[in-house]
Each structure stands twice: as C-alpha cells, then as structure tokens.
Design a protein around this ligand. Structure first.
Ligand SMILES: [Ca+2]
Ligand SMILES: [Ca+2]
Ligand SMILES: [Ca+2]
Ligand SMILES: [Ca+2]
Length: 388
C-alpha cells in the first residue's frame, strides 16, 4: 500500500537531502563519515573514550563533553525530552536510547553545552541501530543534529533501510576557518519519526561531542622542564589552547648577554615572562592585546626560559609571534685599567624580580608597564647596542 507514496517519498527524500546538505555552513570543510562498526559490549573499541591526550603530533581534544552520551545512567539524565516518550533500554553496559517505536511515533531529545575554549574544530560521533518491518524504501528516519548559537547546523540521517540489528557509526568533524569561539552554545539533537505503518525502532548510543585545539608544533611544552629549545632570532607561532595552556621555551644564555624577548601580534591577552630559574620570573606584563616585551642582561649562565600564557586562561586559534634575541654586549675600555665586567650580584631576598609583578591600576594601556625588574647590571658596563 505504500506504492502510492513512493513518488512522493522520493520527492521528500530529495528535499530532505537538500536540506541536510544545506544546513552545514560552507565556511569550512565538514568531514563526514558513516561506517558500520561494533559498539561497546559487542566487540567495540572503547568508543566512550574520546581522544584526550596531548602529543607532539595530535592536537589536544577534550573528552566527550556530552553528559550521559552513552545512557549508562539507565535513563535520560542530562537530556531534555523535546517530544514524545523516548526511553532508555538495555542492560548496564549497553544501555541505549530508544527513539521511535510505534507507528506515528515522534521523539526528540537534546542536550546543550558550551565550547570551553577557542577551538579549531568540533567532532561528533553517534551510533545508531535499526530494527524495522518496513517495506523497501525510506519511510522512517532518525536524525542526529549538531548546531551552535553561532548559526552552524549539520544533520546526519539514518533511515529504516539501514541493515537490521547492526550498530552503525555516524560521525563528522567541522573545521571552520578561524576556528570556533569560546563560550558558544552547542546543542546535540536526536530526533526520530515513524510514519503511519510498519514501525521502525531506532536506538542511539555513545553520542560524543569533542572540541580540539589547533595543532601546536611545540607541544607538549607546558612547563619549565619541558620547554621547547628555540633558536635565538627565529620567530615562533605560539598558540594558547586549551584553557590554562602554558608554552615554555628554552635558550642557552651566557652571563652578561643581553636577552630581548618580544611577543607580538597578540590575538588575546597573552603574557610573556623570562625565567632564569624555575622560581625567578622576570619582566612585567600588560593588560590587553598589547605586545609583551622583556629585555634583561643575563646575570647567570645557563638555559633560560621564556613562558607564554593566556591571561585569565585566554585562548585563541590564531597564534601570537615570539622572537627572542641574544646579543653579546661590547665592553668599552675606559681610563680605569682594571675594568672588568663586574659579577652580577645575586638578587636579594626582597628583590622584586622574584615575584610576578603586580599590575598597577594607574598603568595606562599605551605605556609599557614600568617594572623594577632590570637585573643587577654593573654600572660599569656600557650598552651601546641597546639604545639604538
Ligand atoms: Ca550505552
Ligand atoms: Ca514505518
Ligand atoms: Ca600551546
Ligand atoms: Ca598581556
């Protein structure tokens, strides 16, 4: 009795596919894939575990930020029921949400979350299983939609003609130019509809939404001991992601050399400091996206460090640029025949360069913060190269 509807269904399918293709923004590539795989508890491969580790080659990605995306609470906790009476069924370990079951059944659940940082991309995956007594053709459907408050939306479709009783993975990644802004609301919507006859049961499971940082070639350089060895004079792209990221760089310095570090092209308020030791931080910071600048004369020989961090956890997809230069100072002969480069004194316990300088409220944006952090410079050393 469905023959009459076939033509109409074909037209409808065309409309739906056109809509599906249209809802994704064209501003960045969307990588979509669909392939049958086993699910958890059925020889699956631990799909609840989204990539969560940093490495030199893989960008950082969050864990799955959907709560109860696998429905292992045994209910729809953290999900909002938008329509109908979807349920969770199964047994512990393989619970799933049953979306649509009867004829004319229409079920909707959704969950919202916030993009936690300036992300390079978002990745979604979900699993669908179908049991259907439908005839040949597409009459009953389930959609997995991901959309943002910024206007992005993308929908994956599953139909009653999927292989019966086989869990199928539906996934896509969205990599817009310029990345994804922090704080944007993202929503995952699961919707299913059965038509008036021959019901189809759609089950969904292991829904996963993750955000990933842009690739940072110098990671992991997140602390003093894992600082990346930089070449003085070269320019480095520094990316702050995820929240709380710190990027450390190291360079060999000889006592008496002039170190000039610049962080510029700041997309957000990033801070930069020099370290002569793990506990000795040099140079003040500026608020806002003003360039960070630090110039000191090394009072010790060794591997100094440069740390870049996001003020208040600031992150960005676009990089700041870091350049550190090391210059040999030229001593000018004077009438004092015994002049030598005076050993730099060890900072006193109260030296202000041992602590992060406090920003004074009177610091105006256009002036570099004044600090008293110049290392003890011998008053007998001349600096013909600094002041040019
Ligand atoms: Ca499950
Ligand atoms: Ca049906
Ligand atoms: Ca980084
Ligand atoms: Ca700053």
């Amino acid at each position: 009795m469905k023959e009459q509807r076939i033509l109409l269904s074909i037209l409808l399918l065309g409309l739906l596919l056109a809509q599906s293709a249209r809802v994704g923004y064209a501003q960045g590539p969307i990588l979509s894939q669909s392939f049958p795989l086993s699910r958890e508890g059925q020889g699956g491969s631990g799909l609840n575990a989204a990539p969560s580790t940093c490495s030199a080659t893989a960008p950082y990605c969050t864990n799955n930020l959907l709560r109860n995306g696998g429905f292992e609470t045994g209910n729809l906790a953290y999900w909002t029921i938008g329509w109908g009476q979807p349920i969770v069924w199964g047994v512990p370990g393989v619970y799933s949400a049953r979306m649509a079951y009867y004829n004319n059944d229409h079920n909707v659940i959704y969950q919202s979350l916030t993009c936690p940082f300036a992300a390079a991309d978002i990745r979604f995956r979900g699993w669908v299983e179908v049991y259907s007594v439908e005839e040949s053709g597409r009459y009953d459907w389930l959609t997995l939609t991901v959309r943002s408050s910024g206007g992005f939306a993308y929908t994956l479709w599953a139909w009653n003609d999927l292989p019966i009783g086989i869990w199928t993975s539906q996934a896509f990644g969205y990599f817009p130019t310029g990345g994804l802004p922090p704080g944007e609301t993202w929503q995952v919507i699961v919707e299913a509809q059965n038509d008036y006859s021959n019901p189809t049961t759609f089950s969904v499971d292991d829904l996963s939404l993750t955000f990933c940082c842009a690739e940072d070639h110098y990671e992991p350089n997140n602390d003093y001991s894992n600082a990346y060895s930089l070449v003085p004079g070269a320019t480095y792209k520094v990316r702050m992601c995820p929240n709380g990221d710190e990027d450390w760089f190291r360079l060999p310095v000889v006592q008496g050399q002039l170190i000039t570090a610049d962080l510029y092209n700041l997309p957000e308020d990033f801070d930069m400091n020099l370290y002569s030791s793990p506990s000795r931080q040099l140079c003040p910071n500026l608020h806002g996206t003003f360039d960070e600048h630090c110039q000191v004369i090394a009072d010790s020989t060794g591997e100094w460090r440069v740390r870049v961090s996001g003020a208040g956890g600031a992150t960005s997809n676009s990089p700041a640029l870091l350049r550190v230069q090391v210059t040999d100072l030229v001593l000018q002969p004077t009438s004092t025949p015994t002049l030598t480069r005076t050993p730099v004194t060890t900072p006193t316990p109260t030296a202000t360069d041992q602590v992060r300088p406090t920003r004074t409220p009177t610091t105006t944006p256009n002036t570099r913060a004044t600090g008293t952090l110049t290392p003890a410079l011998s008053q007998r050393v001349f600096l013909p190269m600094i002041m040019k």
